[in-house]
Design a protein. Structure first.
Length: 74
C-alpha cells in the first residue's frame, strides 16, 4: 500500500463508514475527513481510520493504527 493510499471522504463514504465509525478512535467520520486503510488491533482486513490515528510504517509500506505501532506491534 503506497503512502498516497489515502482519501478524503465524500458523502457516500461517510454514510458507509459511519455504520461502524472509526475502529481506531471510535468517533464518527465527517465529510472531508482524510482517512487511510490501516492494520490495527481489530480482526480481519485493514480498515479505514482517521489519518491522524495512523502511522506510516516505511518498512512494510503500510499504515498501522497509532496505538498498535507505538506498542511495537506494527
Amino acid at each position: 500500500m503506497e503512502k498516497t493510499a489515502k482519501m478524503m471522504l465524500d458523502l457516500e463514504m461517510v454514510n458507509t463508514l459511519n455504520a461502524e465509525g472509526c475502529p481506531a478512535c471510535g468517533k464518527k467520520f465527517s465529510l472531508g475527513d482524510t482517512v487511510v486503510l490501516a492494520c490495527g488491533a481489530w480482526e480481519g482486513r485493514p480498515k479505514y481510520i482517521h489519518e491522524n490515528e495512523a502511522v506510516y510504517d516505511t518498512k512494510t509500506r503500510t499504515y498501522v493504527e497509532r496505538r498498535r505501532y507505538e506498542a511495537g506491534l506494527g
